[in-house]
Design a protein around this ligand. Structure first.
Ligand code: S3P
Length: 185
C-alpha cells in the first residue's frame, strides 16, 4: 500500500502571533518540509516594507497569493502572513488544507512587535494590530480546524501540541490525547 502525502498543514493568524516560529518547530517535529511564505516573498522580491512602498498593499497581496498557491503542497507545513487570508483564492485553497489558527493576546504581542518589519504597524503599532486583528477575526475563525494560543507557553510546546493534534486529525485514534493547549473547532 502506498501512503499518500498528507494535506498541507497551514498556520494562519494575526501578525506576530508566532506562526513562523511555531511552524518551523512543527515541521521539524513532524519531519515535514517547512515553507514560510513571507520568507519566500522577501527572498524573491526584497524586504516587505520596500514592496509595500513600491507596489502598495495591493501589489504585495498579488505576490503573496501566488507564493501561497505554490507553497500549499501535500506534505508541507506552511506559515502564512497575517493578511494572506484576505485573498479569496487563498481562502479557497486554505480551506482544502489542515488549518491551525495561532492566536496571541494583545498584552503578550506588544513586546513582540517589531514595527520596522511590518508596514501595516509602522505608524500606530499595537493600536493598528488590535484593529486589523479584530477585522480579520471572522476570516480566521471561518477557516480554522483548530486554535492554539502562544501567549503563555513556549513556542516549542505549542508546536509539539499541534503536532500531536495533526497526527490525531490525520489518523483518528492513533495518538494519545495529550494535546491539551489546542482546541479543535
Ligand atoms: C501582514 C503580515 C506580515 C507580512 C506583511 C503583512 C499582514 O506577516 O506578511 O507585513 O497584513 O498581516 P506576519 O503575519 O508574519 O507578521
Amino acid at each position: 500500500m502506498t501512503s499518500q502525502a498528507p494535506r498541507p498543514v497551514v498556520l494562519i493568524g494575526p501578525m506576530a502571533a508566532g506562526k513562523s516560529s511555531v511552524g518551523r518547530t512543527l515541521a521539524k517535529v513532524l519531519a515535514r518540509e517547512f515553507i514560510d511564505t513571507d520568507k519566500v516573498i522577501v527572498r524573491d522580491n526584497g524586504p516587505i516594507p520596500e514592496i509595500f512602498a513600491e507596489l502598495g498593499e495591493r501589489g504585495f497581496r498579488e505576490l503573496e497569493a501566488n507564493v501561497v498557491a505554490e507553497a500549499l503542497r501535500p506534505g508541507a507545513v506552511v506559515s502564512l502572513g497575517g493578511g494572506a487570508v484576505l485573498d479569496e483564492g487563498t481562502r479557497a485553497r486554505v480551506a482544502d488544507s489542515t488549518v491551525v489558527l495561532i492566536t496571541v493576546s494583545e498584552a503578550a504581542v506588544a513586546s513582540r512587535i517589531d514595527n520596522n518589519k511590518r508596514p501595516l504597524l509602522a505608524e500606530e503599532g499595537i493600536v493598528a494590530w488590535r484593529r486589523i486583528t479584530a477585522e480579520r477575526e471572522p476570516l480566521y475563525r471561518q477557516l480554522a480546524d483548530a486554535v492554539a494560543d502562544t501567549s503563555h507557553r513556549p513556542m516549542r510546546r505549542v508546536a509539539e501540541e499541534i503536532a500531536a493534534w495533526v497526527l490525531e486529525h490525520e489518523h483518528p485514534g492513533s495518538e494519545s490525547k495529550k494535546e491539551r493547549g489546542i482546541t479543535s473547532v
